[in-house]
Design a protein around this ligand. Structure first.
Ligand code: RB5
Length: 148
């Protein structure tokens, strides 16, 4: 079943891609919770990564899309939160496998590294691909079980 609400967040280096993907999401019928930033003034990606993680763990959004320059800083931040599985993806294949094997609930992208059409393709794949479950279920469960 299609998630209803997708939270999106970025830093200043991801704001253009975030806006483009938010428009795509709306066009696909999702409700978009835009956690900012609203302008391209320099900000710190952890502030927006933590806000996005909290919206997912609180249940305000079923999934998230996070963008910074590389996708690295914001995905590291997101993965500090128990229950958040942020996957830094570079194409449709990594997006598909992050859903099938890792049950990723946040798609992280690097605006400075990925072309817009590749990013849009990765997002569509991420939204459409279900978790495979099966042998992957116990592995995903162990992620949070071993966390401090
Ligand atoms: C901002 O300059 C840049 O460091 C940030 O967007 C991101 O790439 C960090 O991982």
């Amino acid at each position: 079943m299609k998630p209803k609400t997708v939270a999106v967040a970025s830093d200043h280096a991801g704001i253009v891609l975030k806006a483009a993907l938010a428009e795509d999401l709306k066009g696909l019928g999702y409700t978009v919770l835009d956690l900012g930033p609203a302008t391209a003034d320099p900000v710190d990606y952890p502030d927006f990564g933590h806000a996005l993680a909290q919206s997912v763990t609180a249940g305000d959004a079923e999934i998230g899309v996070a963008v910074c320059g590389t996708g690295i800083g914001i995905s590291i931040t997101l993965n500090r939160h128990r229950g958040v599985r942020a996957a830094l993806c570079h194409d449709s294949l990594s997006a598909r496998l992050s859903r099938q094997h890792n049950n990723a609930n946040v798609l992280a992208l690097g605006e400075r590294l990925i072309g817009i059409e590749t990013a849009r393709d990765a997002l569509r794949t991420f939204l459409e691909t279900p978790f495979d479950g099966g042998r992957h279920e116990a592995r995903v469960d162990k992620i949070d079980r071993g966390a401090s």
